[in-house]
Design a protein around this ligand. Structure first.
Ligand code: XMP
Length: 326
């Protein structure tokens, strides 16, 4: 498939039969394109790059070199899942780089949201570039471009997206899912055997928890955010909201309030719950979370997470509030 235009004759992939047919065609095309050469892929663990990785592993096995850069701003367990699924279960040729210190050192004291985004995006490219230059014999670069990316931005992944790679990289592109819509990518991912949680993962901004640890990021507050977010996700899984709500997360601002714990003064940050529904992320409405669930989440976060002493609920639709706080 060289064209960037989806032919009218192409059926929407809605079931495993259609997905398996697509997979067989792509495996043959990838083999024909790549031959015995090596392909490089930045594997974030998001839906698109994960499905591309699984497809390429099926087609060319260890000729695919996956690089997973952990920028230290992933949600709890995400990098571990990439290592488990791709490194162990699928036996991928996976290079894991823990660049947490590099990113957090650069972000120290930086409070301006766009500056934080630029630092994270720029450093990601640098780390990926450094790794790529150490590898020999790479001829192709695989990308998880999907059809909406082509429709929205003429084939180039949005530049604010971490994972957007330098334009001067001299590789031929392999983009096996570029004519698929997101729902089709998910069906293909499940047909390839990827875990449901990975394939149906909610959208997560490229700069990750960096834009939810509001203001200048500190390690202790980032840790509190990650733990509180994990509790929110667990409780949403338990009560069925995870399948229903489009995007939900915690943000932690950089101010404290007075509280009391174990009969002593306990100053802590608030954890803000945001849970929204939308079709296209341009506007969003608020999910009405049952009070019993809110109480459970509040109880767990304030008891289990060091540094948090209040839980707040953001009731603001978009507009006027954006989905993310930064
Ligand atoms: P906002 O906050 O603009 O977010 O209402 C709309 C959607 O985009 C996601 N988002 C980002 N995704 N890099 C990304 O890859 C970013 O810098 C970024 N900022 C926001 C956000 O999570 C929501 O789904």
């Amino acid at each position: 498939m060289n064209s960037n235009i989806r032919p009218d004759s192409m059926k929407r992939i809605t079931d495993f039969d259609l997905a398996n047919k697509f997979i067989d065609e792509q495996v043959a095309e990838i083999r024909a394109q790549v031959g015995d050469k090596k392909v490089l892929l930045a594997l974030s663990g998001g839906v698109d790059s994960s499905v591309v990785a699984a497809l390429l592993i099926k087609a060319i096995g260890r000729q695919l070199v996956c690089v997973h850069v952990n920028h230290g701003l992933m949600r709890k367990g995400e990098s571990e899942q990439v290592i488990e699924v791709f490194g162990k279960e699928l036996d991928a040729n996976l290079i894991y780089i823990d660049a947490t210190d590099r990113f957090l050192d650069l972000l120290k004291g930086v409070s301006e949201p766009e500056k934080k985004r630029k630092i994270i995006g720029g450093e990601f490219i640098k780390v990926f570039d450094e790794e790529a230059s150490k590898l020999e014999g790479i001829s192709f670069l695989a990308q998880g471009t999907i059809y909406p990316d082509i429709l929205e931005s003429d084939g180039v992944k949005a530049h604010h997206n971490v994972g957007g790679l330098p334009e001067d990289m001299q590789f031929e592109l392999v983009e096996p899912v570029k004519l698929l819509y997101k729902d089709e990518v998910r069906v293909v991912g499940e047909a390839l055997g990827l875990p449901h949680a990975m394939v149906y993962r909610q959208p997560f901004p490229g700069p990750g928890l960096g834009v939810r640890c509001l203001g200048a990021i500190t390690r202790d507050r980032l840790h509190a955010l990650r733990e509180a977010d994990a509790i929110l996700r667990e409780e949403f899984d338990n009560c069925g909201l995870a399948e229903k709500v489009w995007q939900y997360f915690i943000a932690v601002p950089d101010f404290k309030s007075v509280g009391v714990r174990d009969n002593k003064r306990y100053e802590g940050w608030p954890a803000i719950i945001r849970a929204v529904n939308t079709k296209d992320a341009m506007s969003a409405t608020i999910e009405e979370i049952p009070y019993s669930v809110l109480h459970k989440i509040t109880d767990r976060i304030t008891h289990e997470v060091e540094g948090i002493n209040r839980v707040l609920l953001d009731l603001t639709p978009k507009p006027i509030g954006t989905i993310e706080w930064e």
